[in-house]
Design a protein around this ligand. Structure first.
Ligand code: SF4
Ligand code: SF4
Length: 110
């Protein structure tokens, strides 16, 4: 019988080892993203989020963690409608942030 305990993969995030190139690229082109307060208004109003499992808050987390692998899949679900920008209390152009993420990912592939 297969029974017992096994070591699990650590859930700790090592920010020194993660790739922060995309977040630096985004902030250098749109510094307004620095004032995001993670209120979730963009997530609540997102059209893509109501039709797919896209979650702009998850995208934000992956971006700030420096985990580009999952990030590319997430941003490609966005339809670039711009609705999230209209409801952001901080006036962050979230649509532009998504465009910048896509641009940074494509430049990293060159
Ligand atoms: S609505 Fe604006 S402030 Fe709120 S989580 Fe989205 S980007 Fe951040
Ligand atoms: S631009 Fe993208 S993230 Fe913003 S509401 Fe539209 S589909 Fe959602």
């Amino acid at each position: 019988m297969d029974f017992g305990f096994a070591p699990i993969k650590t859930r700790a995030i090592n920010y020194d080892k993660n790739d922060d190139r995309i977040i630096h690229y985004v902030l250098s082109h749109d510094a307004s993203f620095n004032v995001c307060l993670s209120c979730g208004s963009c997530t609540a109003t997102c059209i893509a989020g109501s039709l797919t499992n896209f979650n702009i808050r998850k995208m934000n987390t992956l971006l700030r963690r420096g985990e580009p692998e999952g990030l590319e899949i997430e941003v490609n679900k966005c339809m670039l409608c711009g609705k999230c920008h209209l409801v952001c209390p901080r006036g962050i152009n979230t649509r532009n942030v998504i465009m910048l993420i896509k641009k940074a990912i494509s430049e990293m592939k060159k």
